[in-house]
Write a protein that binds this ligand. Sequence first.
Ligand code: SF4
Length: 377
Amino acid sequence: MRFAHFVLREQHLARRFAEKVRYRLSRESGTVTKPHGGRVKFALAFPSTYYVGMSNLGLQIVYRLLNNMEDAVCERVFLPDPPDLLELETARTPLFTLESQTPVQNFDVLAFSLSYEMDYPNVLKILSLSGVGLTSAERDDAQGFAPIVIAGGPAATFNPEPLANFIDAFVIGEAEPVLPEIVSVLSCSRGEPRPEVLKRLAAIEGVYVPSFYTPYYKPDGTLLCTKNAPGMPKKVKRRFEPDLKNYPSVSAIVTPETEFADMILAEVARGCGKHCRFCVAGHAYLPPRARAEADVIKDIADMRKLVEEHTGKAPRVGLLSASVFDHPSSLLICRSLIEDELHFSISSTRADTLNEDIVAALRSGGHQVITIAPEAG
Ligand code: SF4
């Protein structure tokens, strides 16, 4: 009797979590649902809650990139909110994706978008909740039934080593040039033994597979050297996309349930040419590339149409870059948004880029608070 009660409670908790997920989806504009059949299935994870993750443009860029590929389908997964986390653990329900509520362990790939090293413990939490095996070695023992775990993003590019035992492959650099090659490799290597698949992934420029590299340490614990397995490159080269023209860098999904609620995030430029030693943006995203004014405006207009069709309301716009007003046409972009009666704000800018025209445009766009970095650059 007590056992039956326990099972019913487990089912109730899992159902409650699934209902919450469906409610969230109903409030989103831009969600993609694609049939899984025959495609490489990605569960794209952000190692924090939905509220935090949905304000991350990197996650959204990867979501769009993968779902735009014919051979791939991508669904999202987040760290559950604290009360849900407890319930899921109590109900022993494996973590599932938002879009189709499919358990993560049924996907071909679990891909993490890593922006902050402070989120690394949450990566382990998601691996554990998903039941896919915590370490690469455990997944090797699963004889091909565990997803390949991949990580990318600025933190993965800058410092992958703390997660080297837990991640099967890192993307070093930008997703745009590497992801199509990963999809192609995974699509062609279905049914092959896991070590073979990892070898093929390691052959892609910009992909680092830690299990093919062995670190050696000095008696004081500092690194002596790293030896690569035969056939593996000694140094993994960072990849970047020279021309961002064909890659829309705006939000794929807009939702009210996030820090930047009901806001289209739009990247106006990538990287920064000032090279301050302490700054990731000044090193991980070189060379600096400004997106064409017309492309930024068109991408925002396309997304605005989609949001207005779904909500009946005009969204706000957030212009993103390491220093927005370093973009040569930033003022023209702002004026175009004002003309289209869109409220906008910016992520940050260097103090010496501000002038009266820019401040006037920010005021007309409804901007109230500005982050400037007087000590930098
Ligand atoms: S100017 Fe700012 S964004 Fe550019 S490298 Fe320096 S700190 Fe980073």
